[in-house]
Design a protein around this ligand. Structure first.
Ligand code: 5RP
Length: 228
């Protein structure tokens, strides 16, 4: 099964977590885009919900499909969020932010009773760190933060768009992509990054995923977090 079909299959499997009348967090990325498409079909068929998108891009896709959009001010408590991930380890810790939406994604996940992560099989790793960890920084601080993260042993690059200009997040910040290789102590690294002045957020999502749905060929593997 092709990678994109696996993403679609994982997205389809997540639909059973969505119930009528709920507030639904809407993820970002190519896998989440499949979810949004399928959610749009449910709404067209009469499902009532309010969606909280994790990016401007996802908001545009959802709105174009007729999905009612709400803000966190209107709905600060989310019933269920469905989102993708760049890496998932056996404890359902994640690296996210490949699509640049990690800040809003983490805020939405933190406000959600249940977080369902949908991926294809390539995203499962025994140890996080093969994927460069995205760290969102305010522009003023980026050179200082870059040096500090390099001092932790990572090779760090400022994310750029195709035209060479720095990538801008929806909150108008920059992203440093930090290649650590295998991360030995995920919690410790998360703390150290959070403690750096100028770091807005990092892409380590710890203790946030409730359920992981991985499409592996035609099979869907479901894993549940032990603490949820
Ligand atoms: C965006 C994300 C995405 O969920 C992550 O990058 C996975 O994307 P895709 O489904 O396209 O592989 O964290 O910030």
């Amino acid at each position: 099964m092709a990678n994109d079909q696996e993403k679609e299959a994982a997205a389809r499997a997540s639909l059973r977590f969505i119930k009528d009348g709920q507030v639904v967090g809407i993820g970002t990325g190519t896998t989440a885009a499949h979810f949004i498409q399928l959610l749009g079909e449910l709404v067209k068929n009469g499902l009532r919900l309010r969606g909280i998108p994790t990016s401007d891009h996802s908001r545009q896709q959802a709105a174009a499909l007729g999905i009612p959009i709400a803000t966190l001010d209107e709905c600060p408590q989310i019933d269920v969020t469905v989102d993708g991930a760049d890496e998932v380890d056996p404890e359902l810790r994640l690296i996210k932010g490949g699509g640049g939406a990690l800040l809003r994604e983490k805020i939405v996940a933190s406000a959600s009773k249940q977080v369902v992560i949908i991926t294809d099989a390539t995203k499962r790793v025994p140890v996080l760190g093969r994927f460069p960890l995205p760290v969102e920084v305010i522009k003023f601080a980026q050179a200082v933060v870059l040096r500090k993260i390099e001092a932790l042993g990572a090779s760090v690059s400022l994310r750029r768009q195709a035209d060479g200009k720095p990538f801008l997040t929806d909150e108008n910040n920059h992203i440093l992509d930090c290649s650590f290789g295998q991360i030995a102590d995920v919690e410790k690294l998360a703390r150290r990054l959070s403690d750096m002045p100028g770091v807005v957020e990092h892409g380590l999502f710890i203790g946030m995923a409730s359920v992981l749905l991985v499409a592996n060929g035609s099979e869907i593997v479901e894993l549940r977090a032990s603490n949820k």
